[in-house]
Design a protein around this ligand. Structure first.
Ligand code: T46
Length: 129
C-alpha cells in the first residue's frame, strides 16, 4: 500500500495528469469507475478483494482511505488530483470523510465480480493471515 505521485504536465492552459500502465501502475487496468455525490458521514468500501488490486485518486475534492492488512490500519488523505493510492488484493479498505465535491476515481485490475469481494471482516482476517 502506498501513495504514488503522478507526473503533472502543466502549461499556461492548465494541468494534465497522466497514468500509464506499467509505468505508474503495476497492474493491467481492466475497469475504471468513479464515486461522487457521497452523503455526509456515509463511508464506502468496507470490504476487501481476493485478487483485485486498485488505484484510487481523488480527482476532485478530498476523502480519506483507511487500509488494513489485518495487522495494521493506516489512514491516508487523498486531496490532490496527482496523488494515487495503491490498494493491493487482500487489503481491507474503507473510504470516508468525503468532501461534498469529492470525485474518487478508481482503476481496478479485474472486471467486476461480486465473488471477488470479501465483505465480512472475520472472513477477511481468515483469508489474509
Ligand atoms: C471500492 C470503492 C471505492 C458494479 O456494478 N460494478 C462495479 O464495478 C462496482 C465497483 C460496483 N458495482 C455495483 C455493485 C453495487 O450494486 O455498484 C453498487 C455499489 O457498489 P459497492 O457497494 O461495492 O460500492 P462501494 O462504494 O462501497 O465500493 C466501491 C468498490 O466496490 C470498491 O472496490 O474500493 O468503491
Amino acid at each position: 500500500m502506498s501513495l504514488i505521485e503522478l507526473s503533472v504536465r502543466g502549461d499556461d492552459r492548465g494541468s494534465l495528469v497522466v497514468i500509464e500502465q506499467d509505468i505508474d501502475i503495476a497492474f493491467d487496468i481492466k475497469r475504471i469507475f468513479h464515486i461522487y455525490g457521497t452523503r455526509p458521514n456515509v463511508p464506502r468500501g468496507k470490504h476487501s478483494h481476493f485478487i483485485t488490486k486498485q488505484f484510487l485518486i481523488a480527482v476532485n475534492g478530498s476523502c480519506k482511505v483507511t487500509l488494513d492488512d489485518g495487522f495494521e490500519k493506516i489512514t491516508y488523505e487523498l486531496n490532490q488530483p496527482n496523488i494515487g493510492l495503491f490498494q493491493d488484493a487482500l487489503i481491507w479498505g474503507e473510504m470516508h470523510d468525503f468532501s461534498e465535491d469529492c470525485v474518487l476515481l478508481v482503476l481496478a485490475s479485474e472486471h467486476y465480480d461480486e465473488n471477488d469481494y470479501i465483505r465480512d471482516y472475520e472472513k477477511f482476517l481468515e483469508a489474509s493471515q
